[in-house]
Design a binder for this molecule. Structure first.
Ligand code: E4P
Length: 221
């Protein structure tokens, strides 16, 4: 399973990129607004900051309701950074989003269909040619449904029907989500920097470091 970072915060993206574990970035309208920056400018900055990743998801804005509006926005986004191949157009799971997905796929544009909460939605997106689908596991867990189980079912469905759409496990809240979606067959987990940081931690690692430091203070110098 690969890691994407789920943020529009440039510092966090740069920190994660330096670790060498990052294969992509996902953003959404809420994450961009949180940063208080202009959408297109931030996407351009992100594309420049992470030249060697496979995908940077830029989501069409909520005011683009028709497929035509979404495709028009996508064309503008693709122009950023001279049509960088890494840019992925993130589209909502709606009828218009599916139509835009098919049209953009035909043009060779990468797409990420977002806000997936059922297996049927994932199947439709895959049939529309989506490069990625993003099931939101944390938000399902929030309403007492099993987000990891959804990822497992989508993975099984894609395997049985030989669909090459990749599953991005999204709305990931903690390290146990990461382990479980990896075992469930997600191709990618998109996670905030705080969760990347948590993945490096274990109390015995901390204790071990403290003991090495204490012992080293007594070393012959
Ligand atoms: C995915 O691409 C979304 O940006 C994201 O994972 C949403 O997560 P949230 O439920 O924490 O807002």
């Amino acid at each position: 399973m690969k890691f994407f970072i789920d943020t529009a915060n440039l510092d966090d993206i740069k920190k994660a990129y330096k670790l060498g574990v990052l294969s992509g970035v996902t953003t959404n309208p809420s994450l961009v607004v949180k940063e208080g920056v202009k959408f297109e400018d931030r996407i351009a900055e992100i594309l420049q900051a992470v030249p060697e990743v496979e995908s940077v998801s830029a989501e069409v804005t909520p005011d683009a309701e028709s497929a035509e509006d979404m495709i028009a926005q996508a064309q503008e986004l693709i122009k950023i950074n001279n049509g960088d191949k890494n840019i992925t157009i993130k589209l909502p799971m709606t009828l218009a989003g599916l139509e835009a997905c098919r049209a953009l796929t035909k043009q060779g544009v990468k797409t990420n269909v977002t806000l997936i909460f059922t297996v049927n939605q994932a199947l439709l997106a895959a049939r529309a040619g989506a490069t990625y689908v993003s099931p939101f596991l944390g938000r399902l867990d929030d309403i007492s449904e099993d987000g990891v189980q959804l990822v497992a079912k989508i993975a099984e469905l894609f395997r049985v029907h030989n669909l090459d759409t990749q599953i991005i496990a999204a709305s990931v809240r903690h390290p146990d989500h990461v382990t479980r979606v990896a075992l469930a067959g997600a191709h990618i987990a998109t996670i905030p920097f705080s969760v990347i940081d948590q993945l490096t931690k274990h109390p015995l690692t901390e204790q071990g470091l403290a003991k090495f430091a204490a012992d080293w203070s007594k070393a012959v110098k």
